[in-house]
Design a protein around this ligand. Structure first.
Ligand SMILES: Nc1ncnc2c1ncn2[C@@H]1O[C@H](COP(=O)(O)OP(=O)(O)OP(=O)(O)O)[C@@H](O)[C@H]1O
Ligand SMILES: [Mg+2]
Length: 510
């Protein structure tokens, strides 16, 4: 998977499509269940409506009564009836009930299971059937099934006249009911048969197909709809490519990605503003510092040159020489200051790209120490390369910038070390790092000053007094920025009146 690509199942359109399809499947299942329920009900209703008169028909076609004057069932008749019914409609079960609904007899051929005779049937549904006009009845009317305790089924019922009653004077003179369970063996089968019905199978297949087609259409439509979102995310991500870098495959759907990209963009904008503010502040500070710093050397140059020009013929040659030399020294300081400022502003603006190459650190140290010997002698300080600093360790760094670091450190050390003091440059090659240190036996730096010495323009308060115009507090700021560029950390150890050791490390090359 390409970096930054979202796995298919996490993409927004696929997720939404999956949710909608799951909803559709649930809806289809609910529809199927409802359809099954109502088709079972309507099938029962149709059967009941069709066979509503069956009980009355059976009673009317008996040439005698089924219950005698003592309330006993005529079992012979019932048996004959059973055969009849069996032949005409085997799914129908005929029972003879007394007035309270107790089963007196049945017309079930080859009965299996418990004998229903003696059990009681709730008469309310039967009476509802008998006493309510058909157009008002709510079908299907379900009554107790005497053979199956607790089960209910569609029924037909008719009253049976008492043996001695004159014909036609029902219901007062009745001896019981003929109670017909219309759907006897078939009831449990109704739902089962409906489940297997072709119509339902076709409906199921239709629903599945429709759901499938809907899912595909949804994915396509949603994909099209969410494309602008993905494009927007890409555009926002492009704002901060570094935030995406190294993050491996993207996580979250498009909206989560967009949220992250927007957050990264906001951070980037905040950083840019902070950088701009800082750059502005530095620029303002720089301008005021430069004008302040350059004024005093310029003033003294101006003073000496004017003196030579105006009073040249009154001065002896040695004094004139001396004045011009002093002016030249100030010009050199000025030159150095401007160069430092220029270098620091380039470093601050990130315009310095280190030109790294592999070189032998010991050789560089030797060269720099050599070039400072004269200055050291003038200060009366012993400047030396520590014994054992001749290892052939190689580093990969910008040689000119590292040379600048060493110059600034040695320059500071010489300036802060009294006569007869020592300044030692040392190289320590460990396994993967080489450590370079400049140690002096000079004045040291007060503990509370240590956190500030790398700030630009920072100098200990006594500094400007002792060497007016000689230094500007830029040297260590330049050191810090150059070492930052090399990913190196600079460490300082110092003790007042004992000396200072400034050290940095660089990775060994090869
Ligand atoms: N070896 C040292 N011993 C004592 N103090 C030091 C030493 N190195 C630096 N400092 C202190 O840190 C301050 C900052 O040093 P930094 O090199 O930045 O400026 P500077 O030497 O004063 O001026 P510049 O380097 O621009 O000529 C110095 O002014 C000094 O107070
Ligand atoms: Mg310095």
């Amino acid at each position: 998977m390409p970096r930054g690509a979202v796995p298919l199942w996490r993409q927004l359109h696929v997720r939404v499509a999956l949710i909608v399809v799951a909803g559709l499947v649930l809806l289809s299942a609910a529809l199927l269940l409802i359809a099954r329920h109502y088709s079972a009900l309507s099938s029962l209703e149709a059967t009941q409506r069709m066979n509503l008169g069956i009980a009355r028909y059976i009673v009317d076609h008996q040439d005698g009564t089924l219950i005698d004057a003592q309330g006993n069932a005529d079992r012979a008749r019932m048996k004959a009836l059973a055969l009849h019914v069996m032949m005409i409609n085997p799914s129908v079960e005929v029972y003879l009930l007394d007035r309270e609904g107790r089963v007196l007899a049945h017309a079930l051929e080859g009965l299996q299971g418990p004998d229903p005779v003696g059990s009681t049937v709730d008469l309310a549904p039967a009476q509802a059937l008998l006493n309510t006009p058909v157009d008002v009845l709510r079908f299907p009317v379900l009554g107790d099934d005497p053979r199956r305790a607790g089960a209910r089924n569609i029924i037909s019922a008719a009253p049976i006249a008492a043996a001695d009653a004159p014909p036609g004077v029902l219901p007062g003179a009745m001896s019981g009911y003929l109670y017909v369970v219309l759907n006897g063996q078939a009831l449990q089968g109704v739902t089962a048969s409906l489940a297997n019905s072709d119509a339902q199978r076709e409906m199921l297949i239709g629903l599945l197909l429709a759901t499938g087609v809907a899912a595909v259409l949804l994915v396509l439509v949603l994909r099209k709809l969410t494309r602008p979102l993905r494009e927007l995310t890409l555009q926002v991500q492009a704002f901060r490519p570094d935030a995406q870098r190294g993050s491996g495959p993207a996580t979250g759907d498009e909206i989560e990605q967009l949220a992250r990209a927007t957050q990264a963009m906001r951070e980037r904008i905040d950083e840019d503003f902070a950088r701009l503010d800082e750059a502005n502040r530095l620029r303002r500070e720089l301008v005021s510092n430069i004008s302040h710093d350059l004024r005093s050397p310029l003033a003294s140059i101006q003073g000496y040159v004017e003196t030579v020009l105006l009073r040249g013929n009154q001065l002896d040659e040695a004094t004139r020489d001396q004045h011009l030399r002093t002016a030249l020294r100030h010009i050199n300081q000025l030159d150095r200051r401007v160069a430092d400022l220029f270098e620091l502003s380039k470093l601050d603006a990130g315009r310095v790209e280190p030109q790294c190459e592999v070189f032998c650190m010991a050789e560089l140290l030797q060269d720099v120490v050599q070039s400072y010997q004269l200055a050291a002698q003038q200060c009366g300080v012993k400047l030396a390369l520590a014994a054992g600093s001749h290892a052939q360790a190689k580093v990969r760094a910008d040689i000119a910038l590292i040379e600048r670091v060493l110059q600034n450190l040695i320059d500071n050390a010489l300036r802060h070390t009294p006569q007869d003091g020592d300044v030692t440059v040392a190289l320590d090659a460990a396994a993967s790092q080489i450590q370079v240190s400049v140690t002096d036996s000079g004045s040291g730096i007060a503990r509370e000053h240590l956190p500030h010495i790398f700030e630009r323009y920072w100098q200990a308060s006594d500094e400007t007094g002792t060497h007016p115009g000689a230094s500007a507090g830029l040297g260590l700021a330049i050191v810090k920025r150059i070492l930052d560029l090399h990913g190196s950390v600079v460490r300082v150890r110092s003790e007042l009146a004992r000396g200072t050791r400034i050290e940095f490390g660089l990775p060994q090359a090869g």
